[in-house]
Design a protein around this ligand. Structure first.
Ligand SMILES: [Zn+2]
Length: 392
């Protein structure tokens, strides 16, 4: 039997809990007791001037257990107080409790999580979306999690998962460069382009609406509770909208790839460098677009599919001619058009950037030039396939 070996990556996924009434009360009491434990440990640590974890453990562990904290939670409370020196909280608010493999377990058969609480071990239903379900099913193990209570009284568990990703088939896969932007959210050197389309107009609408509310919030006479709530609602709605768009986009990109392909991206520093000529609104949207998260989602979805991810130097990817190698600012005629001043090669500017990204990955020794990649295809001209991301 061949032992399966792949990469293992750790990631955190937030799931909403659906506790029954008495379960919610137990969670509440647990968080409350945990906080009291933390505050007790803090008080003792201050009185004795002893914040070293091991010493503090001897001073407070028995008392914490006597307060009703489980062994594990007592250790967690001591760890929280003894964690760092210097800046120290005056007291702790009941916000979160950390769980590990002994105090938390996941059961996918009925989609529940079992947690140790002050009322004993409770099995609490999870509310899962497809994304969470997919990840939890795929997880090799659950390392633990953090229980938190949201501002509206909702309970969440942030689960830490170890996910095994398939070993990419060896060597010479196809290299696909991806240029990430605003007008086109993503352009692939393989010839696909995802336009922002409705996504952009929806985000602009949120931007405008939020600006209105903010200007009202600035005037004390209008700063009503209703307005503050509207602000929070708008922020939450936009965040959810953006998040689902990020998932849809990265899913669509990865669907175009095959196991063994190599995905080439720019190092992060390059992404915000190209904003100089955008309008104020465009720049604002650009800065708000969470590129870090987009890249994170892209990378881990790619790896789950057996696609390796490599990063390349982002300098001048939009100014270099892929046919003759001439680098000039002038080559980029506009946001959309690339035309080489040396050899006259012209094409969509984002696509040129994505091809340069792929070429750099190849130059670094990643994979091989698949069909549609070499110079020939470039000279013959490559048709871009335009894809629209549904604004969900
Ligand atoms: Zn040229």
């Amino acid at each position: 039997m061949i032992r399966y070996s792949g990469f293992v990556q750790t990631l955190t996924v937030r799931c909403t809990l659906k506790p029954a009434l008495e379960q919610a009360e137990a969670l509440e009491a647990t968080v409350q007791l945990f906080m009291e434990g933390c505050n007790y440990a803090l008080r003792v640590a201050k009185e004795r001037g002893e914040f070293r974890r091991f010493r503090l453990h001897h001073l407070v562990y028995k008392d914490l257990r006597a307060m009703g904290l489980s062994a594990n939670l007592a250790v967690q409370a001591i760890a929280r107080v003894g964690r760092k020196k210097g800046s120290r909280a005056k007291f702790y608010q009941p916000t979160s409790v950390a769980y590990d493999q002994r105090t938390l377990s996941l059961r996918m058969a009925d989609e529940t999580v079992s947690l140790t609480t002050v009322k004993g071990r409770l099995r609490i239903p999870l509310k899962l979306g497809n994304y969470q379900r997919h990840l939890l099913r795929k997880a090799k193990s659950v390392q633990g999690g953090v229980l938190t209570k949201g501002p509206k009284g909702k309970w969440y568990i942030h689960l830490t998962l170890r996910v095994e990703t398939p070993e990419p088939p060896g060597g010479g896969g196809r290299v696909v460069g991806v240029d990430l932007g605003q007008k086109a959210l993503a352009t692939l050197s393989a010839g696909h382009r995802f336009s922002g389309g409705r996504l952009k107009s929806v985000r602009l609408r949120y931007l405008q609406k939020r600006a209105e509310v903010r200007s009202k919030l600035d005037r004390p006479s209008e700063r009503t509770r209703g307005l503050k709530r509207l602000w929070a609602r708008l922020s939450g709605r936009e965040a959810r909208f953006v998040n689902s768009a990020l998932h849809a986009l990265t899913r669509r990109i990865v669907d175009l790839l095959e196991p063994g392909d190599i995905l080439a991206l720019e190092h992060l520093t390059g992404l915000r460098g190209r904003t100089s000529k955008r309008g104020r609104k465009g720049r604002h949207l650009h800065n708000l677009w969470p590129y870090g998260r987009l890249r994170f989602l892209l990378e881990y979805k790619a790896r789950l599919k057996g696609v390796r991810v490599v990063y390349v130097d982002p300098r001048h990817t939009s100014r270099e001619c892929p046919r003759c190698g001439h680098v000039s600012k002038v080559n980029r005629r506009s946001q959309a058009l690339f035309r080489c001043e040396a050899c006259g090669f012209q094409h969509n500017a984002d696509w040129v950037a994505s091809v340069n990204i792929a070429r750099r990955a190849l130059a670094q020794g990643a994979g091989s030039a698949g069909p549609g990649h070499g110079q020939l295809a470039l000279v013959l001209g490559h048709r871009l396939k335009h894809l629209h991301l549904p604004a969900s």
